[in-house]
Write a protein that binds this ligand. Structure first.
Ligand code: C2E
Ligand code: MG
Ligand code: MG
Ligand code: MG
Length: 285
């Protein structure tokens, strides 16, 4: 019987793996045409200043509207984009779109409005890729680097190769700011907060989810916020879904919140309409 089961397992897994590989290949091909066509859409999720409730920033989040499969998650297609090299064109497109929108929102909402965008480790570390093209695009559009925040993850800083350091310096020389995304999920070595010039720390939503008075996650969040402020960083909490979470974070001194309580990621045009309403309703001092 054992022999039979072994044979079964073997014959079961081989086709399954083949199917998965075939699926990946098909999806990668589709992605290639998606980049050329109009299937990629940039959504933006508001980042809210907790003290005033106003939208100060927005995170660019990529969406792929697949003609047959519907909306494909970036968690699924970014790895394909990386292994196929398509990530370079995609990243550039995200950047160009972000410049276009942030330019408009800085005029419309506030001159300090920022758009943040994600750089996966593979994207950031790719050989030969420098951020020259980005900095040139900013100059051409007459948008200051400070309008853009690049979100990276902790793993990248652990690597600490000269390539990583050089690229971070290049971004900073161009005025672009840096956020540490998903903080608390990786190794969370505190030493690199000092070593690298980082502007924002994003508390991962796994901490925010279980926030309650006197809870361990509350203590951790409070400690992260105090530490970040002492090091001169601003704090953004991810995944804020309830008013209680928002109030606890605000009481702990957290600067910004992002999450379904405020809004889901929205098509750019929809956020634009909201921002226009916000700008119309309040006069800046
Ligand atoms: P991330 O950068 O940590 O982005 C936050 C994710 O949390 C987004 O998922 C967002 O939709 C989701 N989220 C926001 N608020 C809430 C909330 O209140 N509750 C819950 N449960 N989730 C919330 P999304 O859009 O599916 O993106 C997933 C990841 O894909 C991102 O995680 C980011 O790492 C990556 N990604 C997205 N766009 C890009 C891109 O343009 N380039 C690269 N390299 N990666 C991207
Ligand atoms: Mg992010
Ligand atoms: Mg995040
Ligand atoms: Mg996250």
């Amino acid at each position: 019987a054992a022999k039979g089961a072994g044979r079964n397992r073997f014959s079961y897994f081989t086709p399954a793996l083949q199917v998965a590989a075939l699926n990946r290949m098909r999806l990668t091909n589709d992605l290639r045409s998606a980049v050329k066509g109009e299937q990629l859409k940039l959504y933006f999720q508001p980042i809210v200043h907790l003290k005033t409730g106003r939208i100060h920033k927005a995170e660019a989040l990529l969406r792929w509207q697949h003609p047959q499969r519907g909306l494909v998650s970036p968690l699924e297609f970014i790895p394909l984009a990386e292994s196929s090299g398509l990530i370079v064109d995609i990243g550039q497109w995200v950047f160009n779109e972000s410049i276009r929108w942030v330019q408009r929102w800085r005029r419309m909402v506030h001159p300090d409005f920022q758009v943040s965008l994600n750089q996966s480790p593979v994207e950031f570390q790719r050989e030969g890729g420098s951020y020259d093209v980005w900095l040139r695009a900013l100059r051409q559009a007459d948008v200051p680097g400070q309008a853009i925040v690049v979100e990276i993850t902790e793993g990248l800083l652990l690597d600490a190769s000269t390539m990583v350091t050089d690229k971070l310096l290049q971004l900073r020389d161009g005025g672009i700011q840096v956020a540490l995304d998903d903080f608390g999920t990786g190794y969370s070595s505190l030493s690199y907060l000092n070593k690298f010039d980082i502007d924002y720390l994003k508390i991962d939503r796994s901490f925010v989810r279980n926030l309650a008075p006197e809870s361990n996650d509350m203590a951790l969040s409070e400690a992260i916020i105090v530490m970040a402020h002492k090091l001169g960083l601003h704090v953004i909490a991810e995944g804020v879904e309830t008013e209680q979470q928002r109030d606890l974070l605000a009481a702990a001194g957290c600067d910004y919140g992002q999450g379904y309580l405020f809004d889901k990621p929205l098509p750019a045009e929809e956020l634009d309409a909201q921002l226009r309403a916000q700008a119309g309703a309040v006069t800046e001092p």
